[in-house]
Design a protein around this ligand. Structure first.
Ligand code: AMP
Length: 258
C-alpha cells in the first residue's frame, strides 16, 4: 500500500493503471475510518483490480469553522484499516493543492441539494459535489463506492455523474451499524458515555414508529433536538442533535408503515 499526497503523482499512477486496462475502485472519505468505511473498501477491493482510498477533510463542505477544525483524525489507525481492506493507494491531498482556484469554481445543484441536509447546511452539497468532481477527475475510477448512511449525498453524486456524463459507475453500500443499531460514524466519537447509551434510539424509533411525527415525539422524549424527521420517496430521513453532536440516519420505509 502506498501513500500519495501529490496530485501530479496520483494522476500519473491512475494514468498508468488505465493504460494497463486494470479496473479502479475508489472510496472517498474524510478519514477516521470505521467498519462502515471498511465495508466500502472491501467491496471495492473485491470488484476491482486496483483499490484507491482518499482521505481529505474537505473544508468547503463544513458550515462551521470549529466543526472543520475539530473533525476527528486518526491517520495511523486509518492506515492499519486500509491495509487490512486491501487498499493499494491512499490519496491524501492538501487543501491548497486541491483548491488551486481558492474555490472559485464550483459544482452546484439547485433542487435536491436544498432540502433535508441542504436546508440546515447551506452550500454543504456544493462543497461535496465540487470535491468529489475533482477527485474523480484525478483518479478516473471505473467504480465509485458510497454509503447509504448519507443517502441524500449518494443520490446527489449519482445525479451529478449522470448529468455531467462522468464515466464512472456509482455503487451504493448499505449502512453499517453498531450491534445496538447506531449507524457507524466518525462523529460518534464525540458522544459522551451517557449520550452514547441514548444514541441508538434514533435508529430504533426511525424503524419502529409508523409515522415520522410519532418517531419525532419519541426522540424528543429522549432529549434529541430534531432538525428534520421526514418521510420522502419511500425513505425516512432524520438529523438530530444529542447534546453537541449532530447525528444523521435514514431507513427505507418498506414495512414501517402498515
Ligand atoms: P465520510 O468519511 O463520513 O465522509 O464517509 C465516507 C463514505 O463512507 C461516504 O460514502 C459515507 O456514506 C460512507 N459511510 C460512512 N459511514 C458509513 C456507515 N456507517 N455505513 C456505510 N457507509 C458509511
Amino acid at each position: 500500500m502506498r501513500l500519495i499526497s501529490s496530485i501530479a503523482e496520483m494522476q500519473a499512477i491512475s494514468k498508468n493503471i488505465k493504460k494497463s486496462e486494470k479496473s479502479i475502485g475508489f472510496v472517498p472519505t474524510m478519514g477516521c475510518l470505521h467498519a462502515g468505511h471498511v465495508s466500502l473498501l472491501e467491496k471495492s477491493a473485491h470488484q476491482n483490480q486496483v483499490n484507491i482510498l482518499s482521505i481529505f477533510v474537505n473544508p468547503t463542505q463544513f458550515n462551521e469553522a470549529s466543526d472543520f477544525e475539530n473533525y476527528p483524525k486518526d491517520i495511523d489507525n486509518d492506515c492499519i484499516l486500509a491495509k487490512k481492506s486491501k487498499v493499494d493507494y491512499v490519496f491524501l491531498p492538501t487543501k491548497e493543492s486541491l483548491y488551486p482556484d481558492q474555490y472559485c469554481f464550483k459544482i452546484s445543484e439547485n433542487k435536491e441539494s436544498e432540502i433535508l441536509e441542504g436546508l440546515y447546511r447551506p452550500d454543504h452539497f456544493t462543497g461535496v459535489l465540487t470535491v468529489v468532481f475533482k477527485l474523480l477527475n484525478i483518479i478516473m475510477p471505473d467504480n465509485l463506492y458510497l454509503g447509504e448512511k448519507d443517502y441524500q449525498q449518494y443520490k446527489l453524486i449519482k445525479n451529478m455523474v449522470s448529468a455531467l456524463f462522468l464515466p464512472v459507475e456509482v455503487i451504493a453500500c448499505q449502512t453499517i451499524r453498531e450491534s445496538d443499531g447506531l449507524a457507524m460514524s466518525s462523529r460518534n466519537r464525540r458522544l459522551s458515555k451517557e449520550e452514547r447509551q441514548i444514541a441508538p434510539v434514533l435508529y430504533k424509533y426511525l424503524s419502529q414508529e409508523k409515522t415520522a411525527e410519532e418517531a419525532k415525539s419519541r426522540l424528543e422524549e429522549h432529549n434529541f433536538k430534531i432538525d428534520y424527521l421526514i418521510d420522502l420517496n419511500n425513505r425516512r430521513y432524520a438529523a438530530a442533535w444529542l447534546g453537541k453532536t449532530r447525528l444523521i440516519d435514514n431507513i427505507e420505509l418498506i414495512g414501517v408503515r402498515s
